[in-house]
Design a protein around this ligand. Structure first.
Ligand code: SF4
Length: 333
């Protein structure tokens, strides 16, 4: 893995890939499509394995920028010490090529797959294998424990894990994949509830504040707070996690929603949780709200939280397996 290499246009997985692919193309052979598919699967799995191992060691550009700007604002000694410890930790992780936090989480992939992407049908299998390889290569802590059996698989895969959230995009042959490490501490505050209709948006705000005041400290602040608002709890929960995939500093597409985000963030920054939960002025990097139209009789709200080590990455892979590493500018896998 190299960092800082110049990226002009699309990066290639391998300089020999185009040659090898051409070499495999024998139009008269009935075995060719299968061979090509197997080659593509291997290229894609290898790429996703490197991608998954990488983002546990290097924060996305937006998260890094947010932490730098928060560090520059700190006035109390304890807050400065906490932020400096974070940057020391990240420098050590980079130097030693190891994850920046011992809890590398349960792996989740949020997939926007073009209907014409050549590995649409194989994507889940590839991501499972990529997770197993990344677990060895990174290495990642073993965090997949089967429900009821209470056995750890030892490779970060299990029933429905890595979790894959699917969106299919018509008329595209690319795939965009957000990957996320759902750590224990940052998953702990997660909660969802269907409010009575009269509770309204005030009820949504109260719910968010109750959750962050009660459990936000478990998630190693400063936090990125994801809020989902919808008509049912399942949709709200999904949206609250998708909200964490949005860049820090981005705004809700609805101007009222954007103002709502700002008001909640300003309020959470007043409650004195501070970096590391050791008190201070800046408790959140931001609040991202995602919404879906609701039933008139109910309003559902869900909260998911990202920690200071918000390990989230975005890659776009094209049908020829070339890629753009969108969240980590200049990084090459
Ligand atoms: S909340 Fe984040 S930084 Fe804290 S232990 Fe969990 S994964 Fe690591």
């Amino acid at each position: 893995m190299k960092e800082g290499a110049a990226m002009t246009g699309k990066a290639r997985i391998s300089g020999t890939f185009r040659t090898r692919r051409n070499h495999l193309h024998f139009p008269d052979s009935p075995e060719t499509p299968l061979m090509q598919k197997e080659e593509l699967k291997e290229q894609f799995t290898d790429l996703m394995s490197k991608f998954t191992a990488y983002f546990g060691k290097h924060l996305a550009d937006d998260v890094m920028e947010s932490l730098k700007s928060l560090r520059a604002k700190q006035t109390s000694e304890i807050s400065k010490i906490i932020y400096d410890a974070m940057f020391d930790d990240m420098a050590l992780a980079k130097d030693r090529n190891v994850p920046m936090c011992q809890d590398t989480g349960v792996i989740q992939y949020f997939v926007k797959c073009g209907a014409k992407f050549p590995l649409l049908g194989e994507l889940e299998e590839c991501l499972r294998e990529a997770t197993k390889r990344a677990t060895k290569e990174a290495p990642l802590r073993h965090n997949a424990v089967e429900i009821f059996d209470e056995k750890n698989s030892g490779n970060n895969t299990g029933k429905r894990i890595p979790w894959i959230d699917w969106q299919i995009v018509p008329d595209s042959d690319d795939v965009e994949i957000y990957a996320y490490m759902a750590g224990g501490g940052c998953s702990l505050p997660g909660a969802a509830k269907v409010l009575m209709p009269l509770e309204g948006y005030e009820g949504v705000v109260k719910f968010v504040f109750d959750i962050i005041c009660d459990r936000g400290i478990n998630a190693c602040p400063p936090l990125l707070v994801g809020v989902g608002i919808a008509g049912s709890v399942d949709v709200a929960a999904t949206l609250s996690k998708r909200a964490l995939m949005r860049p820090v500093g981005s705004k809700n597409e609805n101007p009222v929603g954007a103002e709502f985000e700002k008001l909640i963030a300003d309020g959470l920054n007043e409650i004195n949780i501070g970096p590391g939960g050791l008190t201070g002025t800046d408790s959140v990097m931001g609040v991202n709200v995602e919404q879906a139209a609701r039933h008139p009789s109910c309003i559902a709200v869900a909260v998911n939280v990202g920690c200071w080590a918000h390990r989230r990455a975005l890659i776009r892979v094209h049908s020829d397996m070339s890629y753009e590493f969108l969240s980590h500018k200049g990084a090459v896998l």
